[in-house]
Write a protein that binds this ligand. Structure first.
Ligand SMILES: Cc1ncc(COP(=O)(O)O)c(C=O)c1O
Length: 182
């Protein structure tokens, strides 16, 4: 049995785990309330509007999944992929291969658009894959590939997908709210 828990204070400089600010630690020490408590419902509404702000969307169906990044990604695949769907995955590192596994687990056929590890996803390759697979319904890619630190151009990739009537799943686990360094 652990009789005391006194972790050392560290400065963590890696994609995750990350340092937690004092404000967050203090919030987590607050009393527990039930999920149907009116206070909880109000708080979820506030979280929803803050997420809408972060994602630049007014979509009513914006909600937080209180789980790890992997569970959040899996939730997207489970909801958006039907068995037999063709999906296109841009892969330039380890997390792209996880997307392929997820698609296949839900019965999708994953067309892989490969780029070398350490290079951003190539928009012209995605465009070629979209033209070659007009039945594709979805495009997925990792915005910031943690395995190499490379960022792909989400705006261009998403626009291409939408131009071909595809939805997108974008893994922004290590990029959302971050700032690009030049
Ligand atoms: C790009 C990317 N996607 C997904 C994940 C998985 O997130 P989690 O460890 O919270 O499940 C990570 C974790 O480092 C990541 O860097």
């Amino acid at each position: 049995m652990i009789s005391s828990f006194k972790p050392p204070r560290r400065t963590i400089l890696e994609p995750g785990p990350s340092d937690v600010s004092q404000r967050v630690s203090e919030a987590m020490a607050k009393p527990t309330i039930g999920r149907l408590d009116p206070y909880s419902v109000g708080m979820m509404d506030e979280i929803k509007s803050l997420l809408q702000y972060a994602f630049h969307t007014d979509n009513e169906l914006t909600f937080a999944v209180s789980a790890s990044g992997s569970a959040g990604m899996e939730c997207c695949f489970a909801k958006l992929v039907d068995p037999g769907d063709t999906v296109i995955v841009c892969q330039n590192g380890v997390f792209g291969s996880r997307m392929k596994e997820n698609f296949e687990r839900f019965g999708g056929l994953a067309i892989m658009v490969q780029d070398d590890w350490g290079r951003a996803a190539d928009e012209s390759k995605l465009e070629a894959a979209l033209k070659a697979n007009p039945e594709a319904v979805l495009v997925a890619f990792v915005h910031a590939e943690t395995s190499t630190g490379v960022q792909s151009d989400a705006e261009k990739l998403v626009r291409l997908a939408h131009d071909h009537n595809c939805l997108t799943i974008v893994d922004t686990v290590t990029s959302l709210g971050g700032r690009q360094s030049m």
